[in-house]
Design a protein around this ligand. Structure first.
Ligand code: NDP
Length: 491
């Protein structure tokens, strides 16, 4: 059984990774790393001191010209080598991800280092093809553009997908010739250090990818530094507002991957079993700690009770337990604090009159476990219908017409994702066109292959990760006008 396998030592060689090597500075505030399944402290890291922050930024700035001078093909080869190493070490990295986040090994074996490897492979493959444009102009003149890196990029991560977030930011940034200083969430500091180690092993020069630990204030110091050209944040909307404003002070480029309150519209003609599967994936995978989750499930009235009955029956398939046991398919919340936040929302749902169909309680065991929770008869004005919960709490609504369903689905400040379930081809595309979200799925949910752009509209963010679109967000075009004839002047 997987739980009998020896657990890898989670203690990193040091807290930070700067200029191609681990680095420690015990003067920084200690940050405990807690295993969410038991509440035990696995290890500690230290927050970056100003000296460490400065060293990381200096290393990234110094490495920039070296890295950018390499050909795209050379950089791409290193990224693809790193992808291979991630895949070779998938089990070890997945186990570390599970220790860091509490997500079941059943998930991390397929969703984290694997997704990170996809990003490094994809952008590694594109690196040699990054190119500018050519314009033929009047009188034989012409112009061309050079697609240049931005410089030092800062990546700041949330705690739900620490490996994937680091890779989704590092891969396009490095492919374009930028260097990066990455700050993981202080809740999950371990996985990004492994990525740094692997990039070095794959041949990335020192300073190309650095990791510094710390709370939001370390992130704020990075964002405010004059050496930084671009900030890519994955986090909540309130943090996004602060970071975007700070970046604007220095006219820095930004990518903001923020929160959501995404709708899933289930029409009466849909395959209800598929819709239930999608709602389960979109609310309970990673114990609901996914930005793009479809936490507002709108079910057309005639099939609402069928949907709820099938959903309730499927919840008996939840296997809760030690996430390192590969038969477990539902793990704890990442932290006691996050568990308490979600419990607060469940209480509000009850108090505001939503009907509790399933779950609602803390599980009687060590660690930060909450039951998968379903509320029905939720109205649009309830707190659980409006605010991002970031936990295993699904709200089910009903609607009567396509127009009504679409209008209510869009009545949110967020716009990360959305889905429609129907067998009517025309309606599927019509509703997808009307949904105000960065990603819409028809008869599917939460699949985010690297080829597809991913990002939000409205308060859910700015810019796109993944796909060729990400290259635009980590580079800029310099225009060169070439005069081929005499220069005219009025006098
Ligand atoms: P937070 O917004 O609390 O934190 C995100 C990161 O920003 C953390 O590393 C945090 O540091 C850091 N930070 C906080 N304040 C500042 C600041 N002033 N300047 C610079 N950095 C700062 O998000 P969570 O970690 O709680 O993650 C959950 C949120 O992330 C949810 O809203 C979720 O929807 C969103 N998310 C979005 C995704 C997307 O792609 N759209 C994907 C995954 C999650 P620290 O926490 O260490 O103090």
């Amino acid at each position: 059984m997987a739980q009998d396998a020896p657990r890898p030592d989670a203690t990193p060689k040091a807290s930070h990774y700067v200029n191609g090597a681990y680095r420690e500075d015990e003067a920084g505030a200690p940050i405990p790393v807690v295993y969410p399944a038991t509440g035990e402290e696995l290890t500690r890291v230290h927050a970056a001191t100003p000296a460490v922050i400065d060293a990381a930024l200096a290393a990234a700035a110094a490495a920039g010209p070296v890295w950018a001078a390499m050909t795209g093909a050379e950089r791409g080869r290193i990224l693809r080598r790193a992808a291979d190493i991630l895949r070779e070490r998938n089990r070890e990295l997945s186990t570390l991800e599970t220790l860091d986040t509490g997500k079941p090994l059943q998930e991390t074996l397929v969703a984290d280092a694997a997704s990170g490897a996809d990003a490094l492979e994809y952008f590694g493959g594109l690196a040699a093809g990054i190119a500018g444009q050519h314009f033929q102009l009047a009188d034989g003149d012409w112009a061309y553009t050079i697609r240049e890196p931005l410089g030092v990029c800062v990546g700041i991560g949330a705690w739900n997908y620490p490996t994937q977030i680091a890779c989704w930011k590092a891969a396009p940034a490095l492919a374009c010739g930028n260097t990066m200083v990455f700050k993981p969430s202080e809740t999950t500091p371990l996985c990004a250090l492994k990525l740094a180690e692997i990039l070095t092993e794959a041949g990335a020069p020192p300073g190309v990818f650095n990791v510094v630990q710390g709370m939001g204030e370390v992130g704020a110091q990075l964002v405010g530094d004059d050496r930084v050209a671009k900030v890519s944040l994955t986090g909540s909307v309130p943090t996004g507002r602060r970071v975007y404003a700070a970046a604007a002070e220095g006219m820095k480029h930004v990518t903001m991957e923020l929160g959501g309150k995404s709708p899933i519209l289930v029409f009466a003609d849909a395959d209800i079993d598929d819709a239930v599967s999608a709602a389960i994936n979109g609310n309970f995978y990673s114990s609901g700690q996914i930005c793009s989750n479809g936490t507002r499930v709108f079910v057309e009235e005639p099939v609402r009770e069928e949907f709820l009955a099938k959903l309730s029956a499927r919840l008996s398939g939840v296997v809760m337990g030690d996430p390192l046991d590969e038969t477990v398919n539902f793990g704890p919340m990442v932290s006691e604090r996050q568990m308490q936040i979600v419990q607060g929302y469940i209480e509000k749902g009850r108090a505001e009159g939503a009907r509790l169909v399933a779950g609602g309680g803390r599980v009687d065991r060590a660690g930060f476990y909450l039951e998968p929770t379903v509320f029905a008869d939720v109205t649009d004005d309830m707190t659980i219908a409006r605010e991002e919960i970031f936990g295993p709490v699904m709200s089910v609504f009903s609607f009567a017409t396509e127009e009504e369903g679409l209008a209510r689905a869009n009545a949110t400040e967020f716009g990360l994702s959305a889905a429609v379930f129907t067998r009517d081809l025309a309606r599927g595309h019509r509703v997808a066109a009307g949904l105000r979200a960065g990603t819409c799925w028809i008869n599917q949910y939460n699949l985010t292959p690297i080829e597809m752009p991913f990002g939000g509209v409205k308060m859910s963010g700015v810019g796109r990760e993944n796909s060729r679109a990400a290259l635009e967000h980590y580079s800029q075009e310099k225009t060169v006008y070439v005069g081929m004839g005499a220069v005219d002047a009025p006098f």
